[in-house]
Design a protein around this ligand. Sequence first.
Ligand code: ZN
Length: 417
Amino acid sequence: MPELIFPLDSTKSFTDQQKVGHNRWHPDIPAAVTVKPGDEFRVHCREWFDGAIVNDDSADDIRDAPLDGVHVLSGPIAVEGAKPGDLLIVDILDLGPIPQEDSGPLAGQGWGYTGIFPTRNGGGFLTEQFPDAYKAIWDFSGQRCTSRHVPHVEFTGIVHPGLMGTAPSKDLLSTWNTREAALIATDPDRVPPLALPPLPKDAILGTLTGDAFDAAAAEAARTAPPRENGGNQDIKNLTKGSRIFYPVFVDGANLSVGDLHFSQGDGEITFCGAIEMGGFIDLRVEIIPDGMSTYGVSENAIFMPGTTDPQFSEWLAFSGTSVTLDGEQRYLDSHLAYQRACLHAIDYLTKFGYAPEQAYLLLGAAPIEGRLSGVVDIPNACATVYLPTAIFDFPVTPTAAGPVTIDPGIGAPHSSF
Ligand code: ZN
């Protein structure tokens, strides 16, 4: 096992740990630990809400989830010799939930969760159709998972970090704050909001204290969006075997990681659409000096996806175009087209007996593929969503005999304001 450089104790909260991570981006957050190029090391990660979501049959915890405190990230990890303008190579050697048999301080939970977030607390890709909170608990057995809240499916997880990235420079942070504030100003009262401005409340900034903490907390960027530093990209294919090339903006690069997912569908559509979990990740780092200009990699990270995806040979795909549910034609709106493809798939799955929210949770959590199939055929963009048929324990493709009827079980816990 590589050296554990960022340990976490599952019985303690994020701020009571031996090393305290952070939940905002800021260049002044001191490195929690330093490694050398070529080092292999292990990092523990808390699930993104630091344990606020529990394994039960209620969605009240999703409805009331403390969004101001996310994402709890492990790091920053400084890499000796890394300088602004370099590329940081990060290899994901291994990752997973903490083994259930581990009885140590990071005892495994053996389960994860998917949430549909209510419009008034986060929202989601289909929040107009699903304004309330729902939850599904997923039980892990080795690489596979099942849910009492979404029965009749079982699949192999495509384990990945939802969030990993380098620290921004002062200039880059200022660019983020300026452009996101301008967007918010176009509709400041929107629910859910257009973007999340800096928020000192519930900010965790590693070992920063006093005036330095206050100054940084006032301008530190929230972790929700992906940006030039990588961040919350939620790319399901960043699994074991991935190699990522991150731009470096500060001395030491200051890499941070968290928000581990047991599995996720493309788009992470329910907002907390992955199967969220705490766990471990083993990394190796190297530096490409001046790599940002040499390779023209300054706008965001580039990566080589992992090689351990679950293998599926048969898919059932649904398409959508850029026409609203009310029949209004939009111009090449790929976002809308993907919404329509997902709604199409959800509607289809209800014909077998699932409630719509069960189907929505499944699309967020299972390793479905989402594609922009056509983006030039005016006026309709065409987006598609591919469901692997092998995850269902019943025949899911259309036949002349009609759909079989499944028992949807206890359903997904629901909670509204
Ligand atoms: Zn996540």
